[in-house]
Design a protein around this ligand. Sequence first.
Ligand code: ZN
Length: 231
Amino acid sequence: MKIIDAHTHIDYITCDIQPDVVGAVCCATMESDWKKIVDLIDKDKRVYGAFGVHPWFVDSVEQGFDVRMENLLKTDSNYMVGEIGLDKHKPNMEKQIEIFKIQFDMAIKLNRSVCLHCVGAWDKIFYILKQYNKLDLPTIVAHDFNENVDVLKQLLKYENIFFSIGKNALYDRNNRIEQIPNDKLLVETDGKKEVVLKDVLLKIAQIKNDENILNIIYENTLKVLNHGQIA
Ligand SMILES: [Zn+2]
């Protein structure tokens, strides 16, 4: 079994800890994470980086962050953009939208995959997505996805969308996993120690009644990491 954690954070690098995990996408939440993640990637080739500012931390943004972020992204074409998004449970939605758009535009400009955090703000995300030509949109990973079927259907209209599943797989109250196409599924811990990726994958294989899903999910993750071009 080969597993890549599609979404973790700096304090929980899965490939060091969980069996069968051969890679991990380490998502920044604020600018102070960026250097730590770069150092980690330099030391450990199994670690992939996503750089950005999380919607919970838009107040941490300092002047010129966008220039510094773009310069950093340009140093390595494998660097992704994330964790970025919108969260209705957190304050300052106007600023969240402003910061999200700056980073999303950057992902498009530099052709990078995006790790997306969206809680209760899909209407706003769809509104933003509609402002772009579909063909220009980047690869998007909707992280910790557990939304209603209407949101899923709308998202599936976009070709380069993936859904990463973590702790919700273990309950899957909404039967969401069944409805996500196999070639769109990824797995993640989101830095949570209680989420054992092997268990998540076995649960997904059971729901899908397909052992081959484990390989498919691995290949899906490579697609995200390589922007659609598997080397
Ligand atoms: Zn996260």
